[in-house]
Design a protein around this ligand. Structure first.
Ligand SMILES: [Zn+2]
Length: 88
């Protein structure tokens, strides 16, 4: 995951207009996200595919929403994935 709101790339629009792909765990919490930047479309597609493969539900949210809601899960249990398995 790269920095939030510090893309530095030219022409980054107002954060309010930026969207993220957010992965929701079974408990309904947002546990992963990536900013939907057009020139990262390929990476985003890979990221989203990985989330889906991991059993997450993927939806689009604003960057602002992510800042408020991402990684606030309080239902944390040991992930079903075997330890040592790196999920990108
Ligand atoms: Zn949760």
């Amino acid at each position: 995951m790269t920095g939030w709101g510090e893309d530095g790339g030219g022409g980054v629009s107002d954060p309010k207009d930026q969207m993220c792909y957010v992965g929701f765990a079974a408990c309904g919490c947002a546990v992963a996200a990536t900013v939907d930047v057009p020139n990262h479309a390929k990476d985003n597609a890979k990221f989203v595919a990985g989330l889906i493969r991991d059993g997450l539900t993927v939806e689009r949210r604003t960057v602002e929403w992510c800042r408020e809601n991402l990684l606030r899960c309080t239902h944390k249990k040991a992930p079903a994935v075997a330890q040592g398995t790196l999920v990108l």
